[in-house]
Ligand binder design. Structure first.
Ligand SMILES: [Zn+2]
Length: 141
């Protein structure tokens, strides 16, 4: 768990927003930020976002539900949400675990995702879920 990104501490209830501010999320991160990663599936490789994941109950849309748009493809399991006004991806229901939401670390209040340096890439392209082992090497004690 990361307690800070750069100089920005991770808040127990950290807010995140799209670019225009229409969509605001509140993410419950009492122990810090779980493993940041990228994904190389056909969708994620195009947006290039650094994401982290939490149990679905720990992410709430507190403003702008009506502005959110949903995109699905393939098996229609994952739900990719983005702001219908500014187009920014905010969060998604994960295909590997539909009980979790991934979210855009770049949307987190006060956070510069590039302060993370290089992060592991999830193996979304092959359908296998190998990133857990990669993350373990880099982020666990
Ligand atoms: Zn927006």
């Amino acid at each position: 768990m990361l307690k800070a990104i750069g100089k920005t501490p991770i808040q127990p209830l950290h807010r995140a927003s799209c670019h225009c501010g229409a969509v605001v999320l509140e993410i419950h991160l009492p122990a810090g930020l779980p493993e940041p990663h990228r994904c190389d599936c056909s969708f994620c490789k195009r947006k290039g976002t650094i994401v982290a994941a939490v149990p679905a109950a720990d992410l709430k849309v507190i403003r702008g539900q009506a502005a959110l748009r949903k995109y699905q493809f393939g098996r229609q399991v994952a739900e990719h949400f983005f702001c219908g006004i500014c187009g920014i991806y905010t969060h998604h229901r994960r295909s590997t675990n539909p009980n979790e939401f991934g979210f855009n670390i770049g949307c987190m209040e006060g956070v510069n995702p590039y302060d993370l340096g290089s992060v592991p890439v999830a193996d979304g392209a092959s359908g296998r879920n190998l990133w857990v082992s990669i993350v373990s090497e880099n982020f666990l004690p």
